[in-house]
Structures are given as structure tokens and as C-alpha cells.
Design a protein around this ligand. Structure first.
Ligand SMILES: Nc1ncnc2c1ncn2[C@@H]1O[C@H](COP(=O)(O)OP(=O)(O)OP(=O)(O)O)[C@@H](O)[C@H]1O
Length: 578
């Protein structure tokens, strides 16, 4: 791979083919710009023949020349179109797919730092900006710089003094835009931050509309949101103004070139040091040459601004990903935590020296005060995040050496917040195992008692359940999640107080089904109610990120520790009357 190709690939978040296509685009835009100079030369010959009285017999030359010029312009425009637009849109698709692929492999810790609107904006808006940059700004700027340099070299051979008069404006104007890079970058960065704040605010507003209404806080919230929208608007004007000042100033300097050519040409003509034809050619050249350069200055400013988008894309594309073997050979399905240490943001330690084993065929309940680390432990067990200290093994295999997607085939997970898709009940359950037959889906659904509500829906199992299951109750959503786990039939089950949203009748039914599901499996359950854990084989009490106690319910009962205290408190609470 050439170093230019590698540089482009890194700088503009391109694929290998995308970088090659960009080089082709540079060549085609340069050719296209150079070909546009041919009519100038035709005009030069015409004026020369006219002045020298040698027009006779040159008709065929001019007709063939004009036709050739038109053909070449058409041909290079076509090649340029293919090399810039078509290649760019293909590359844009490749870039978005690469981002999505990368996001699949990035540890979840990354998503804790980024919110949804930020990532959506990178995949959609930043990619669209890069699309325009790759199809217009970058090839046009590079093409016009190369063609101008070639033309500039030619003009020195014609007359070096006229060449200086025509060309001095180029470095001056490009320097102005180039030097404004820092200001423009910081303006774009701030603009992006304000936009993201605004997008977050809008998303949060939509997501929390129910709570805002319930708390009568809509007016106050909208005020804050309006402030964010106004801030984006104001800063957009400042950014535009900043760009306009630098680009406008540089474009004015560029136009001075016409004046200096006219002035220098006039003086040299009077002195008899150039002929009228050379003067004429230079006037033609500058008028033709400065137009694309004016656009090039705008393109340069735009490219400087897109560096913010490039950095955002690069942050995702170059982020460390979770890798590992795509095959595994576990010896059983015991989960073993050995001196595990972990923090979400590498500052506050969330888990310290956590050591315990969740055995196959047993139910291991994680309990403890809120914030103790139960959810964190269950998520680390399935490699949602990578740990910082110690080791986690499944069936003797270090999970950090196994590809997360391969590892996930061993787990069925029932979390408290169930994610549902805007699809039918049937398809929402099929998420558990994509290739399951309708009969298998229905069997799993019945085990989770989904039939009791699904068959009453307007279109039964084929009823669309709205965005994130908005048309279902909390208990119904959780039953779908449990049905998925039945369908997946994985050897390890992670549950986060899976039956929390169910009424007593349903809970009894589901507990009975769950006991069938978990037979001979490794089960790790996060429990908040002591009633749920009374039948567990083992209890691990997590407090402030450390294992405070562990053992069978009977052992912990005898200990007079946190478990016994929690149990007593909950029993006391159960006796309360309103
Ligand atoms: N994504 C995250 N980023 C940063 N810190 C987090 C994140 N998730 C949890 N924490 C912190 O980690 C600690 C343990 O949280 P965790 O959710 O594991 O506790 P928990 O015992 O499950 O609590 P609860 O019973 O309230 O659900 C808490 O201090 C919490 O604030």
C-alpha cells in the first residue's frame, strides 16, 4: 500500500478501496481542470493567426480543435463523475457498514461514554459530511492545486514577470485560509458539541415525555431545550461568519491578481518587453484559473471544518475492539470469578477482589445493597465489559480469550429492562433463536405463559407490539423476555430479578416454568427480594464491590450477617399495612 493511500485512509476514515478511488479522483479532476484550459489555447491560436494574418486554410484545424475540446471535456467530466460521485457513494455505504461492524465489537464501556444520539449522528450526519467532502471538496481542491501548479510552471516559460504578477496571489490567499485552520477547527468543534447537546436534549425529552408530564415539568424542560436550540443557531451564525471572513478575504486577494496582471502587462507592453498576444494570453489565463481557485479556497475551509467529523469517525474506527477465538471447548459450564477487579471509567473501582464460583446445575443468587455491584458482576460474566484485574472463566476457559459473540451463544439473559422491537409478538420471541420454527417459538412462548395475553391481542401472535413494546404491560414484556430465554435454551442463564413485574399468580406459574428451564444449567440470578433466593443453592452477598458473604442460605442464616439482616428487614416490610 502506498504511503499516500495509507495517509488518506487514516485521515479521511476510508477503506483501502476508498483511498485508491480517491487517488483516481485526484487524477481525474486534475485532467478535467487541465482539459478546460484547451479552449484558452484554441483562443490563443485564433488571436495569433488573426493578428499575424495567417487565418487562411486554418478552418479545419479550428473545427477539429473545437470538436476535440468538446469531446475531451465531455470525456473527462464523465470520468470525473464516476471517480468522485459514484465511488464516493459506494465508499459511504462501506464506511457506514464498517462503523456498524466496529460498534458490534467495541466493548460496552464505550457506549457508556457515548449516547445514542451522538452515535446516530456519527453514522448518519458525519458520514454524509464525509460523503460531500470526498465527492466535492477534497478531489476538487487537490485537482485544482495540481492543475494550477502545472499551468503556473508553464506560465514561467512564457514570461516570468507576468507569471509572478499572476501567481503571487495564490500562496497569499491559501495561506490566509490555511492559517485560519485553528480558529475554524475550534468553531466547528464547539458547533458540534452544541449540536450534540441539543440532539441529546431532544432525545431525552422524547424518551421522558411521560415522566415530564407526570411531574408537570414540561414547561421548564422545554425552556432549557429552547436555550440549547438557540445556542446552536447563534453559534452557527458565528461559525459561518468566521468562515466568510477568512474565505472572503482570501478570495478578494485572489482577485487582486487580475489587477496586477493588467498593471504589469500594461507597463511591460508600453516598454515593449512583451507582445500583445502574451498580454492577452495572461489575461485569459487568470480569468480562467482564478474561478476554480475561488472554489478551491471554499473547499479548503470546508475540509478544515470536516476534521471534526473525521476525528469522530476515527474515534470509533480505531477504538480497541473485543476479540477472541471463534471456537471454544468448555469443560462444563461453571462460571468462576477469581480476584476480579473492575471499574467503569478506570477511576472509581466498582469491584474489588471478587472471587466466587457459580456451579453448573446450581442457582447462584447475587444479593446485597443497591450499588453493591450485582448487575456489574452478571454483565462481566458474559463479557459485556473486559475486567481490569483477575480472571473470569466459563468451563475452565478464560472468557477474555473468546470472541464475545461466540461466548454469548452460551448465555440466555433475562434483564429487568426488556428491549422489544416494533414487530409481532412471534418475531419478538424469535430473537432468542433466529432460525427457530414457528412451533418452537410457540412452545417457548407457552412455557413462559405468553399465550395468556398473546391470544387475546387483536391479531394474536401476529400483533405488532409498537415501538419497544409500548402496547404491552411490564409483566407481558418480561414474559416475552423469558420466552426468548426458553427458546435459546443456552447452558447458562443470567437473570435480573426476572419475575419482578409479574403479579403473584403469574409469578407462581413462571417460577414453575423457570425451574424447568434452569434444570442442570448454570444460573446466576440478581435478586432484590429474599423470597426469590430462599431456594438458591448459593448466595453471594455483594456490598461496596466486594464479596461480603457467600454460602448456602442456611449457612448465611446462621451467620447473623448482611443476608440475615436483609431477610429480616424485608419480612418486617412485608408485614406493613398502609
Ligand atoms: N455504566 C456504568 N458506568 C459507570 N458506573 C456504573 C455503571 N453502571 C453501574 N455503575 C456504578 O457501579 C456501581 C455498581 O452498580 P451495579 O448496578 O452493579 O450495582 P447493583 O448492586 O446491581 O445495584 P442495584 O441493586 O441498585 O441495581 C454503582 O456505584 C454504580 O453507580
Amino acid at each position: 500500500m502506498s504511503s499516500l493511500q495509507a495517509k488518506l485512509q487514516h485521515k479521511y476514515a476510508l477503506s483501502e478501496k476508498g483511498a485508491k478511488d480517491m487517488i483516481k479522483a485526484f487524477v481525474s479532476v486534475t485532467c478535467s481542470d487541465l482539459v478546460l484550459m484547451f479552449p484558452v489555447w484554441m483562443l490563443y491560436f485564433l488571436v495569433r493567426d488573426y493578428l499575424q494574418g495567417t487565418m487562411a486554410g486554418r478552418g479545419v484545424f479550428y473545427i477539429v480543435g473545437c470538436v476535440l475540446c468538446l469531446l475531451l471535456i465531455a470525456l473527462t467530466t464523465l470520468v470525473q463523475y464516476r471517480a468522485t460521485f459514484l465511488a464516493t457513494y459506494v465508499e459511504s455505504g462501506v464506511r457506514r457498514i464498517a462503523l456498524a461492524e466496529q460498534l458490534r465489537k467495541i466493548p460496552l464501556s464505550f457506549f457508556g461514554k457515548k449516547d445514542l444520539s451522538d452515535l446516530t449522528s456519527t453514522i448518519m450526519a458525519d458520514c454524509a459530511t464525509m460523503e460531500t467532502a470526498s465527492s466535492h471538496f477534497i478531489p476538487e481542491l487537490v485537482g485544482s492545486c495540481i492543475s494550477t501548479t502545472l499551468i503556473a510552471v508553464g506560465t514561467f516559460f512564457m514570461n516570468w514577470r507576468m507569471a509572478i504578477a499572476a501567481l503571487w496571489v495564490l500562496p497569499a490567499s491559501f495561506l490566509i485560509v490555511g492559517c485560519s485552520g485553528r480558529v475554524q477547527k475550534s468553531l466547528s468543534k464547539k458547533q458540534m458539541k452544541l449540536k450534540m447537546d441539543c440532539a441529546d436534549g431532544i432525545q431525552e425529552c422524547l424518551e421522558t415525555v411521560r415522566d415530564l408530564r407526570a411531574n408537570n415539568a414540561q414547561a421548564e424542560y422545554m425552556e432549557g431545550l429552547e436555550g440549547k436550540i438557540r445556542a446552536v443557531e447563534k453559534h452557527a451564525l458565528v461559525t459561518e461568519l468566521g468562515t466568510a471572513v477568512f474565505v472572503g478575504g482570501a478570495q478578494m486577494i485572489l482577485k487582486l491578481g487580475i489587477a496586477t496582471v493588467a498593471l504589469t502587462g500594461g507597463v511591460l507592453l508600453v516598454k515593449g518587453e512583451i507582445d500583445i498576444l502574451t498580454f492577452f494570453v495572461f489575461l485569459l489565463l487568470v480569468s480562467r484559473m482564478y474561478d476554480p481557485l475561488q472554489v478551491a479556497l471554499q473547499n479548503l475551509a470546508a475540509i478544515i471544518s470536516t476534521s471534526v467529523q473525521c476525528d469522530r469517525l476515527d474515534e470509533i474506527l480505531s477504538h480497541e475492539i473485543q476479540t477472541g477465538a471463534s471456537t471454544m471447548d468448555p469443560k462444563g459450564y461453571d462460571i468462576e470469578f477469581s480476584h476480579v477487579g473492575f471499574s467503569y471509567d478506570s477511576q472509581d473501582t466498582v469491584l474489588r477482589d471478587v472471587t466466587f464460583t457459580a456451579k453448573q446445575g446450581e442457582v447462584t443468587a447475587l444479593i446485597g445493597p443497591s450499588g453493591g455491584g450485582k448487575t456489574t458482576v452478571s454483565r462481566l460474566a458474559s463479557r459485556f465489559w473486559d475486567i481490569h484485574k483477575g480472571k473470569i472463566t466459563v468451563g475452565g476457559m478464560d472468557i477474555s480469550t473468546i470472541d464475545p459473540e461466540t461466548l454469548m451463544s452460551l448465555y440466555a439473559i433475562v434483564f429487568q429492562d426488556v428491549t422489544l422491537f416494533n414487530n409481532t409478538v412471534m418475531e419478538n420471541i424469535r430473537i432468542g433463536r433466529q432460525n427457530a420454527t414457528d412451533e418452537e417459538v410457540l412452545a417457548a412462548a407457552k412455557l413462559a405463559h405468553c399465550d395468556e395475553f398473546a391470544e387475546k391481542l387483536p391479531n394474536g401472535w401476529q400483533t405488532m407490539i409498537g415501538e419497544n413494546g409500548s402496547e404491552l404491560s411490564g409483566g407481558e414484556r418480561q414474559r416475552i423476555s423469558i420466552a426468548r430465554a426458553f427458546l435459546k435454551d443456552a447452558p447458562i442463564i443470567l437473570m435480573d430479578e426476572a419475575t419482578a413485574s409479574l403479579d403473584v399468580d403469574n409469578e407462581t406459574l413462571i417460577q414453575e416454568s423457570l425451574s424447568r428451564l434452569i434444570r442442570n444449567k448454570t444460573v446466576m440470578i440478581i435478586a432484590h427480594r429474599m423470597r426469590t433466593v430462599a431456594d438458591a443453592d448459593k448466595i453471594v452477598v455483594l456490598k461496596d464491590g466486594v464479596v461480603a458473604e457467600q454460602g448456602t442460605p442456611a449457612e448465611l442464616e446462621a451467620k447473623d450477617g448482611i443476608y440475615r439482616h436483609m431477610k429480616a428487614t424485608q419480612m418486617e416490610a412485608a408485614g406493613w399495612k398502609l
